[in-house]
Design a protein around this ligand. Structure first.
Ligand code: 6PG
Length: 255
């Protein structure tokens, strides 16, 4: 696809979680009906925590095809899985421990190798095989956006932005957002998504979001701009605080 996608302005973060949960259910139900499985990539950071909690509540708890889900991550901080900074820990506590997803269908990014590059290579292999089982696509990719325009762990002007097209996962050092070491899907991997849901909340992101959506295309300065899946769709779910400087492309969801 070209362009930034559909931009939906919502009153607040709670409304983002409700709208996102409804979209996750819709997409998962449709995909499982068509193929019997659904490959979901979870986002890190704080914003998606409310979505994960919402998905673990009615009606999503009862209606989601949990048994048919396969769960991966778009990025991970290079810390132990029980570390408070771990994206895996956040999503396990808020969602995965609350719903009946088979443990064998959950694929955390490994963070126990001495060398993060080995961990990245191992996850690259894992992702390659999962993509092969899902028609070459991540069925739904959840992402956030940092105040510097990063997404996943792809930061402005970072060498990981230059990963070759065949590389799906990269080790990221010297990340400006702690911790310094991370593992991230590359732009090429993010653009293997069939659907992208970008969740952006908070006034501190308003200026960046305006630059990303209405400014020039400069993905080395604003890496989230590079998320443009050629065979996929992007939906931005933005609250009023983060969207105060942008022009939405769709009326707020009713209800
Ligand atoms: C991470 C995330 C990162 C996050 C943005 C937004 O591991 O930090 O993957 O890309 O999505 O930094 O973070 P917040 O949602 O906490 O603002």
């Amino acid at each position: 696809m070209s362009g930034p996608g559909q931009i939906i302005l919502l009153p607040d973060a709670e409304a983002i979680y409700e709208a996102a949960a409804a979209r996750v259910l819709l997409l998962a139900t449709e995909r499982v009906a068509a193929t019997g499985r659904f490959l979901l990539a979870l986002a890190g950071g704080r914003t998606p925590g409310g979505l994960y909690q919402r998905l673990a509540e009615p009606p999503f708890l009862e209606q989601m095809p949990w048994q048919q889900l396969r769960v991966i991550w778009g990025d991970e901080r290079y810390v132990p899985p029980d570390d408070p900074q771990s994206n895996y820990r956040l999503s396990r506590e808020a969602l995965l421990a609350q719903v009946p997803i088979p443990t064998a269908h959950i694929y955390p990014i490994p963070t126990d190798a001495v060398d993060p590059h080995q961990a990245a290579a191992a996850y690259d292999q894992r992702l390659q095989s999962l993509l092969a089982e899902h028609q070459g696509q991540i069925d739904l990719l959840l992402l956030g956006m940092g105040t510097d325009g990063h997404t996943a762990s792809l930061f402005p002007a970072h060498p990981a932005l230059d990963a070759p097209a065949a590389q799906l996962v990269a080790a990221v050092d010297a990340a400006p957002k702690p911790p310094a070491w991370r593992i991230s899907l590359t732009i090429a991997a993010l653009n293997r998504a069939a659907h992208v849901l970008l969740l952006v909340s908070g006034a501190d992101k308003a200026a960046t979001l305006q630059a990303v959506l209405h400014g020039p295309y400069q993905p080395r300065r604003l890496p989230v701009q590079a998320v443009r899946p050629p065979q996929g769709s992007i939906t931005w779910l933005v609250d009023q605080a983060a969207g105060s400087l942008i022009v939405p492309s769709a009326l707020p969801l009713s209800g």
